[in-house]
Design a protein around this ligand. Structure first.
Ligand code: NAP
Length: 485
């Protein structure tokens, strides 16, 4: 019905200049099913030469694309939005297969990710500069907004669609062309999106997709080329730092959506039932494999027992399984390494004095499963409170005063999202001002919204995706001084 065969052999190849092609050396790599580790399908493994070809295609398309009327760019985005919406089940099924998330979660991501196409289809026609008189009189000051030019997008595996559309939507609206390098665990969703954009009428070369196992080499050669003008990366802080250094050589503009270590603060005046509802979303969305995931639960001592018990009851009742199966609440983690890393953090928290209320031991396979876990009495300085867990584990640490809570919350190199549960209005304002994070969720476990500026500070990076701010990442300003006789 949808007209898109998401696993068609065609969509397991590179998409360059509007053509589906094999890798230059014919190489492929396997995409695995994280629910059992089996091979889902081979996919073309882009080489450095393929990366160069993709950049050439983006560069060749840039001139005409920048001059395509904004309304036309917006209409293509809108058509792509309609197409993705009409094949929402296909996209959700594909994402669930390659990433492991449940079909329900995947459908939620399709809705969320697709909204960036709709939002920026509307924003394309609202790009404008300004006109003003010089304060001292004389010249008129005019500004013009122009697309930055060809972009490189490197995306992670945890939200295979949305982490792409958050960049692709505004870039297309702004008139930029692009090369997308999806994560090697989850290239299929991005390839299906490329097929959908082609169907929506996107001109050849505007969007190129190069799956590869040579991310470092392919990105390096593309970024060494002065014609590339922008790099937008979503992924770990370590790789983000490498790319920022790499971008320095050609002084490319850079947006970095990096790791997080979100504090989830529950005050003694909070509605505890609502705080637990929020915690279930902030912790369990995407099996905890989200940069926005609540990483540290900081709970006032007077409500800590009630909160921990209620959260453990809810988390303990979730069932693990294959994302596509009915009744599955929690899918597998992405790979064996992820299970090992979560296991290590939980074990070290227990060694540091924490107690396990529920979960706490890996499933043992097949598949890369880790059970929902609640830990109490976690020392503030435990490793699990410093590292990004990226799994379904909720460590609870207590505090006595608001000052202590803020100090603990800010005691991290990261600054992406944070969550606050309180019914005190003044406290809400104080915390929104005091928390050193790009996003603060108040009495909610979900901050992501396509109409809002998503992004972090400190080691969580810089730049914003979504909202009015998101398109600015893809626009340069030319200032024109007009002398009037
Ligand atoms: P990652 O290891 O940094 O990988 C992200 C992407 O970078 C992948 O496509 C990867 O390719 C590529 N890559 C790896 N090394 C590279 C290099 N030297 N040069 C160029 N590209 C390179 O991160 P991940 O484990 O996939 O994702 C999890 C991280 O992403 C977490 O830290 C999470 O917090 C963060 N994240 C942040 C946001 C946000 O908006 N702030 C959103 C989602 C996730 P391969 O697949 O081939 O390794």
């Amino acid at each position: 019905m949808s007209g898109l065969d998401v696993l068609a052999p065609e969509h397991r190849r590179l998409f360059i200049g509007g053509q589906w092609t094999d890798a230059e050396d014919g190489g492929t790599f396997d995409v695995l099913d994280p629910a059992d580790g089996s091979v889902l399908t081979p996919v073309a493994d882009g080489t450095v030469a393929d990366g160069t070809r993709a950049l050439e295609a983006a560069v060749a398309a840039q001139h005409d694309w920048a001059r395509t009327p904004a309304r036309d760019r917006g209409e293509i985005l809108r058509r792509a939005f309609e197409l993705v919406a009409s094949r929402s089940d296909d996209f959700a099924g594909l994402m669930s297969l390659e990433m492991g998330k449940t079909l329900k979660e995947a459908a939620g991501e399709v809705t969320y990710g697709n909204e960036f196409l709709r939002w920026y289809s509307e924003e394309a026609v609202r790009i404008h500069g300004r006109w003003m008189n010089a304060p001292a009189g004389g010249p008129r000051l005019l500004t013009i907004k122009k697309p930055v030019g060809p972009c490189l997008f490197v995306t992670p595996w945890n939200f295979p669609l949305a982490m792409g559309t958050r960049k692709i939507g505004p870039a297309i609206a702004a008139g930029c062309t692009m090369v997308v390098k999806p994560a090697q665990q989850t290239p299929l969703t991005m390839l299906a999106l490329a097929a959908t954009f082609a169907e929506a009428g996107l001109p050849d070369g505007v969007l190129n997709v190069v799956p590869t196992t040579s991310a470092k080499e392919v990105s390096a050669v593309i970024m060494a080329d002065a014609r590339l003008r922008k790099v937008s990366f979503t992924g770990s802080t370590g790789i983000g730092k490498t790319l920022v250094k790499q971008a320095a050589d050609q002084l490319q503009r850079v947006s970095m959506e990096l790791g997080g270590n979100a504090p989830f603060l529950v005050f003694d005046d909070a509605d505890i039932a609502k705080a637990v509802d929020g915690a279930m979303i902030a912790k369990m969305r995407n099996m905890g494999e989200a940069c926005t995931a609540a990483n540290r639960f900081l709970v006032h001592t007077s409500v800590a027992d009630e909160f921990a018990k209620s959260l453990a009851d809810r988390m303990g009742a979730l069932s693990l399984g294959r994302g596509q199966d009915d009744g599955t609440d929690v899918g597998p983690l992405i790979d064996e390494k992820a299970v090992e890393s979560v296991t290590k953090l939980v074990d070290s928290a227990v060694e540091a004095g924490a107690s396990v209320v529920v979960g706490g031991t890996a499933h043992g396979g097949p598949g890369f499963f880790y059970p929902p876990t609640v830990l109490v009495d976690v020392p503030h300085d435990a490793e699990i409170n410093r590292e990004e867990i990226f799994g379904p584990v909720a460590p609870i640490t207590t505090f006595e005063t608001e000052d202590e809570a803020v100090r603990m919350a800010n005691d991290t190199e990261y600054g992406l999202s944070s969550y606050v549960f309180t019914r005190d209005f003044s406290r809400t304002i104080r915390l929104a001002e005091a928390l050193e994070f790009g996003m603060v969720g108040v009495n909610t476990g979900l901050v992501s919204n396509p109409a809002a500026p998503f992004g972090g500070v400190k080691a969580s990076g810089f730049g914003r995706e979504g909202g009015f701010e998101g398109i600015e990442e893809y626009l340069d300003t030319t200032y024109v001084a007009l002398t009037v006789d």
